[in-house]
Design a binder for this molecule. Sequence first.
Ligand code: TEU
Length: 588
Amino acid sequence: GSQRKWWKEATVYQIYPASFKDSDNDGWGDLPGITSKIPYFKHLGVDTIWICPFYDSPQQDMGYDISDYEKVWPRYGTNEDCFELIQKAHNNDIKVVVDLVINHCSSEHKWFQESRSSKTNSKRDWFIWKAAKGFDSSGKPIAPNNWRSFFGGSAWEWDEKSQEFYLHLFASGQPDFNWENDELRKHLYDSSAGFWLRHGVDGFRIDTAGLYSKVAGFPDAEITDPDSELQYPGAVTRNGPRIHEFHKEMRKYFEQQLPPGKEIFTVGEVGNCDNSGLLQYTSEEQGEMSQLFNFAHTNVGTSGHFRYNVVPYTLKDWKLGIAASFLFANRTDSWTTVYLENHDQPRSVTRFGNDSPQWRKISAKLLALLEISLTGTLYIYQGQELGQINNLGWDLDQYDDVDVKNNRALIREKYGDDSVQMRKFEEGVALFSRDHARTPMPWSSREPDAGFGVYGGHAAAKPWLAVNDTFRDGINVEDELEDPNSVLNFWREALKVRQLYKDTLVYGQDFEFHDLDDPKLFMFTKKTDEHEKPRQLFAALNFSSEPCDFSAPEADAAQLTQFFSNYPALPNVKDTLRPWEGRLFFLQ
Ligand code: TEU
């Protein structure tokens, strides 16, 4: 994994278009808004942007339900706006990665409209249609199997007109493609990816990259939730029999679209997979994907099958999650990612740091310090660079996510609004809802709605989702740019340090925990891969609000050279880390 590549050293900034910058005051972010912030990306020090889906969509799942792959959703702008964004980004040495959502499309996509029109339509087989298993006493059709959708409820939707069920692993408006159909795959690659490759994108974030090959025969999922008729279909849908074949074929297709000399990269959202599978997806030799997102470290603290089930965990559990997510590629021809946040995850300071006014900034900086010292391509999610926290004190009604709404309706139906189950769900949502990541980007404390729209422009519509109130407490771009001690300015510094010592920080290998069992300290070493005189990094990070003594792995501490920290240096606290302090050393 140590062969040098631009996309391994890249720092990728993830943009959620609905919530980044609203250039026309309609309450939704848009592509011209993103283009207007190119100077901000340069100033922050990122060199690649990944933009979440901006394609035409009825927005049942915030654009992950695409009705036309080759057209920008009108509220986000026009195709011309997108071509201009790509060009201006390139003129400023910024690469552009876009989302490839190909497990499913929207039920409003013309292919699905045709497919559902009759059993004999030529595109019938492009989606997954199944007959009812039978009919119950009241004449209601019985679904082909017990699969639960990832957003709750059955994964099968009955189509009255053609009298069959279609499969949707996500919302009912997101029918799954039938990847077994050769013709479908060809058209899908060409429309979803080919179109944007021909317009100059530099890579793809591949949505749900492990789900395309379903187990033949569509067997019932194993019973993991005995209280429910529906079961989580993870094992029968993830990393299925033909998945690697599909990825190889798709990668070949991408290569064919590229002008000579151009190199793109892909990052797959794989989620849950064993080590050998992770290696196969990302091996250079296998030619599938360049890198992937694993969920081991973000699943810590939830029950996994249901994100709102909050379970206790220790720092050690999280360390092991990080190891499982990021370290599989060590000394192989695979590569990996480093991330703590994205549009599906709550804010990392709230989850893994401490979001109280006293510790927010310093713990946000500690998380930044951890991330810049891990091997892999680094991803920052919009607002993370500000040390943004979850939306505190939100009412269930304030959440917009289809995943919250669906599950809330199901719990209401089964247990009622005043039930213990609903209270537990509410607590889970406060910690884990995807909407914590999706509030509008706070640009300023002085302008309405944190400067999401254009100040002084014609009457601004309310943003589609409320802004996080924290913009008034200093969590906004304008205030943080001015404050030399802000989280934002720390990230700028940290990204420079990462590039300065990239041989060790970006490319280092042989990561080893030091005192893995320690409940407060997160310490590790890793090495550069040079043969002579490998440089060794030692990281000592205190994940607690108390001072903590630490010792380096080798007895003679005099050989430690500190080169970065999130606190101002103090010579007298050599063996003690202050609350949420982190220090990076070279070990000679
Ligand atoms: O997410 C897929 C996924 O597996 C989950 O993390 C999902 O968010 C979770 O099960 C919900 O509780 C991807 C996208 O990142 C997500 O935004 C989309 O909603 C989803 O695919 C469907 O396209």
